[in-house]
Design a protein around this ligand. Structure first.
Ligand SMILES: [Zn+2]
Length: 147
Protein backbone atom coordinates (compact mmCIF):
# COMPACT_ATOMS: atom_id res chain seq x y z
CA UNK A 1 0.00 0.00 0.00
CA UNK A 2 1.37 3.39 -1.06
CA UNK A 3 1.32 6.23 1.46
CA UNK A 4 -1.34 8.77 0.34
CA UNK A 5 0.73 11.57 1.81
CA UNK A 6 4.33 11.07 0.61
CA UNK A 7 3.80 8.18 -1.89
CA UNK A 8 6.31 6.00 -0.09
CA UNK A 9 5.76 2.27 -0.45
CA UNK A 10 7.04 1.57 3.06
CA UNK A 11 3.80 1.42 4.99
CA UNK A 12 2.82 -0.99 7.73
CA UNK A 13 -0.44 -2.28 9.19
CA UNK A 14 -0.66 -1.22 12.82
CA UNK A 15 -4.17 -2.47 13.58
CA UNK A 16 -6.78 -4.75 11.94
CA UNK A 17 -10.35 -5.35 12.94
CA UNK A 18 -13.40 -6.96 11.44
CA UNK A 19 -16.09 -4.45 10.52
CA UNK A 20 -18.63 -7.19 9.81
CA UNK A 21 -18.54 -10.66 8.28
CA UNK A 22 -17.62 -9.28 4.87
CA UNK A 23 -15.18 -6.49 5.62
CA UNK A 24 -11.99 -5.78 7.52
CA UNK A 25 -10.64 -2.36 8.51
CA UNK A 26 -6.91 -1.81 8.65
CA UNK A 27 -5.09 1.08 10.27
CA UNK A 28 -1.82 1.76 8.48
CA UNK A 29 1.21 3.92 9.10
CA UNK A 30 3.84 5.20 6.73
CA UNK A 31 7.40 4.36 7.84
CA UNK A 32 8.79 7.44 6.15
CA UNK A 33 6.45 10.30 7.08
CA UNK A 34 4.48 8.59 9.89
CA UNK A 35 1.21 9.50 8.21
CA UNK A 36 -1.64 7.25 9.40
CA UNK A 37 -4.53 6.14 7.20
CA UNK A 38 -7.29 3.54 7.08
CA UNK A 39 -8.11 0.97 4.41
CA UNK A 40 -11.02 -1.40 4.05
CA UNK A 41 -10.94 -4.85 2.55
CA UNK A 42 -14.18 -6.35 1.30
CA UNK A 43 -15.21 -9.72 -0.01
CA UNK A 44 -15.97 -9.51 -3.70
CA UNK A 45 -19.38 -11.03 -4.44
CA UNK A 46 -19.04 -14.29 -6.32
CA UNK A 47 -20.87 -14.57 -9.60
CA UNK A 48 -23.02 -17.62 -10.09
CA UNK A 49 -23.43 -19.25 -13.46
CA UNK A 50 -26.37 -21.36 -14.44
CA UNK A 51 -26.25 -24.09 -17.08
CA UNK A 52 -29.62 -24.25 -18.78
CA UNK A 53 -31.23 -27.34 -20.24
CA UNK A 54 -30.25 -26.33 -23.77
CA UNK A 55 -26.60 -26.11 -22.65
CA UNK A 56 -26.42 -22.31 -22.59
CA UNK A 57 -24.76 -20.72 -19.58
CA UNK A 58 -26.15 -17.54 -18.12
CA UNK A 59 -25.64 -15.51 -14.98
CA UNK A 60 -27.71 -16.47 -11.97
CA UNK A 61 -30.78 -14.26 -11.66
CA UNK A 62 -32.27 -14.11 -8.18
CA UNK A 63 -35.34 -12.34 -9.58
CA UNK A 64 -36.18 -15.37 -11.69
CA UNK A 65 -36.44 -17.53 -8.58
CA UNK A 66 -38.58 -14.90 -6.89
CA UNK A 67 -40.91 -14.66 -9.89
CA UNK A 68 -41.19 -18.44 -10.12
CA UNK A 69 -42.05 -18.82 -6.46
CA UNK A 70 -44.54 -15.95 -6.58
CA UNK A 71 -46.37 -17.46 -9.51
CA UNK A 72 -46.50 -20.84 -7.79
CA UNK A 73 -47.44 -19.35 -4.42
CA UNK A 74 -50.16 -17.11 -5.84
CA UNK A 75 -50.16 -14.91 -2.67
CA UNK A 76 -49.93 -17.89 -0.33
CA UNK A 77 -46.39 -16.91 0.71
CA UNK A 78 -45.53 -13.37 1.84
CA UNK A 79 -43.04 -11.27 -0.14
CA UNK A 80 -40.44 -11.17 2.68
CA UNK A 81 -40.69 -14.95 2.97
CA UNK A 82 -40.21 -15.38 -0.79
CA UNK A 83 -37.18 -13.10 -0.55
CA UNK A 84 -35.79 -15.18 2.34
CA UNK A 85 -36.21 -18.37 0.32
CA UNK A 86 -34.37 -16.80 -2.63
CA UNK A 87 -31.53 -15.67 -0.32
CA UNK A 88 -31.25 -19.10 1.22
CA UNK A 89 -31.09 -20.77 -2.19
CA UNK A 90 -28.52 -18.30 -3.48
CA UNK A 91 -26.39 -18.97 -0.39
CA UNK A 92 -26.62 -22.72 -0.89
CA UNK A 93 -25.62 -22.38 -4.53
CA UNK A 94 -22.60 -20.26 -3.56
CA UNK A 95 -21.58 -22.92 -1.06
CA UNK A 96 -21.64 -25.54 -3.81
CA UNK A 97 -18.87 -23.60 -5.53
CA UNK A 98 -19.57 -25.13 -8.93
CA UNK A 99 -18.52 -23.30 -12.12
CA UNK A 100 -22.02 -23.67 -13.54
CA UNK A 101 -25.00 -24.99 -11.65
CA UNK A 102 -27.70 -26.74 -13.62
CA UNK A 103 -31.12 -25.11 -13.65
CA UNK A 104 -32.44 -28.51 -12.61
CA UNK A 105 -30.46 -28.38 -9.38
CA UNK A 106 -31.78 -24.89 -8.64
CA UNK A 107 -35.31 -26.06 -9.33
CA UNK A 108 -34.89 -28.99 -6.97
CA UNK A 109 -33.63 -26.69 -4.23
CA UNK A 110 -36.67 -24.45 -4.65
CA UNK A 111 -38.95 -27.48 -4.63
CA UNK A 112 -37.51 -28.95 -1.44
CA UNK A 113 -37.72 -25.57 0.25
CA UNK A 114 -41.34 -24.92 -0.81
CA UNK A 115 -42.29 -28.39 0.35
CA UNK A 116 -41.54 -27.30 3.92
CA UNK A 117 -43.34 -23.95 3.61
CA UNK A 118 -46.50 -24.45 1.60
CA UNK A 119 -47.77 -27.65 0.02
CA UNK A 120 -49.93 -26.00 -2.62
CA UNK A 121 -47.12 -23.70 -3.76
CA UNK A 122 -44.82 -26.70 -3.73
CA UNK A 123 -46.99 -28.85 -5.97
CA UNK A 124 -47.64 -25.96 -8.35
CA UNK A 125 -43.96 -25.16 -8.66
CA UNK A 126 -42.99 -28.81 -8.99
CA UNK A 127 -45.60 -29.38 -11.69
CA UNK A 128 -44.27 -26.52 -13.78
CA UNK A 129 -40.62 -27.16 -13.07
CA UNK A 130 -40.44 -30.84 -13.64
CA UNK A 131 -42.51 -30.50 -16.81
CA UNK A 132 -44.68 -33.44 -15.98
CA UNK A 133 -44.94 -35.58 -19.07
CA UNK A 134 -48.25 -37.13 -18.15
CA UNK A 135 -50.90 -37.18 -15.48
CA UNK A 136 -49.34 -40.27 -13.85
CA UNK A 137 -46.19 -38.51 -12.77
CA UNK A 138 -48.28 -35.65 -11.43
CA UNK A 139 -50.36 -38.08 -9.40
CA UNK A 140 -47.23 -39.80 -8.12
CA UNK A 141 -46.13 -36.44 -6.83
CA UNK A 142 -49.48 -35.95 -5.13
CA UNK A 143 -49.27 -39.40 -3.53
CA UNK A 144 -45.78 -38.60 -2.21
CA UNK A 145 -47.18 -35.40 -0.78
CA UNK A 146 -49.94 -37.17 1.12
CA UNK A 147 -47.48 -39.48 2.87
ZN1 LIG B 1 4.35 8.76 3.95
Amino acid sequence: MICPSCKSDKTAVIDSRDVDLKAIRRRRECDDCKYRFTTYERVEPVKLNVAKRDGKVEQFDREKIIRGIKIAANDRISDPMVSDVADEIEQKLLELGEPAITSKKIGNLVISKLKKIDEIAYIRFASVYKNFQDIDSFEQELVKLKK
